[in-house]
Design a protein around this ligand. Structure first.
Ligand SMILES: Cc1ncc(C[n+]2csc(CCO)c2C)c(N)n1
Length: 235
């Protein structure tokens, strides 16, 4: 039987691009994400407004942390194009957070003060801490592997949900923002940077990249699950 490192190393010499190799580490989780009742509830309109409200509040906290993680990715990039790309996306994440306040929060009867008062929940805090930890202490490739599922899972979920849409106008508005062609172009540029790194990475670093990708894909599932359950701190 081959070890995990050998399996990953054998993939690296095969025809798959680095991003496609990473995707295999999250593929089973991605299949579960599409079946999650939060997402099926969004598209058939049965998702409770309380669960969606929880999601939007937690996403505000998540986006603030994610922007900082992307700034760290930007700082570690050596290619000036990649520095600019991730710095731009860090800035976009803050803009998205503000936009959320204006459109979705208002439609949900929420205020910025309510978001701050709710604070970052257990799953948001765990996911954000993992991202910031890897981006601060890992290599550039590890940092990229950790932030990648956020882009990629959302693009693919957005595309899938667009085909289903939603009878609820608020849910349809959210779906449209991630299924847009502009967002598709953002994700393709990040995948191109990832593939450009593929040949420079050693075997142990490659294994760590796969681990980070698998963990943050799981956190994406957990983020929707936390909203579905409206998970709070136990104490
Ligand atoms: C839990 C969670 N995961 C991913 C995204 C999607 N997302 C947020 S910022 C960004 C890139 C730069 O704008 C992307 C793809 C989200 N909103 N919430």
């Amino acid at each position: 039987m081959s070890t995990k490192a050998e399996t990953i190393a054998s993939h690296s010499t095969a025809v798959l691009s680095f991003s496609q190799q990473l995707w295999e580490s999250g593929a089973a989780t991605y299949a579960e994400i599409l079946r999650h009742p939060f997402l099926t509830g969004l598209t058939d309109g049965t998702l409770s407004k309380d669960a969606f409200r929880y999601f939007v509040i937690q996403d505000s906290h998540y986006l603030r942390a994610y922007a900082r993680a992307l700034s760290l990715v930007s700082a570690r990039a050596t290619d000036p194009e990649a520095v600019a790309l991730f710095a731009g996306h860090a800035s976009d994440a803050i803009a998205v957070e503000k936009e959320l306040h204006v459109s979705l929060l208002h439609g949900l009867g929420l205020t910025a003060a309510a978001v701050d008062a709710a604070g970052s929940g257990p799953t948001t805090t765990a996911y954000a801490s993992y991202l910031l930890g890897v981006c601060a202490t890992g290599t550039y490739a590890e940092a990229l592997a950790a932030v990648l599922p956020c882009y990629w899972v959302y693009r693919d979920v957005g595309r899938e949900l667009l085909t289903r849409s939603s009878p609820d106008p608020l849910y349809a508005q959210w779906i449209a923002s991630y299924g847009s062609p502009e967002f598709d172009a953002v994700v393709e540029s990040v995948l191109a940077v990832t593939d450009g790194l593929g040949s420079d990475i050693g075997p142990s670093e490659r294994v760590r990249c796969h681990e980070h990708f698998a963990v943050t894909t799981r956190y994406e599932w957990m983020f929707w699950d936390a909203a579905y359950q409206q998970l709070s701190w136990p104490i």
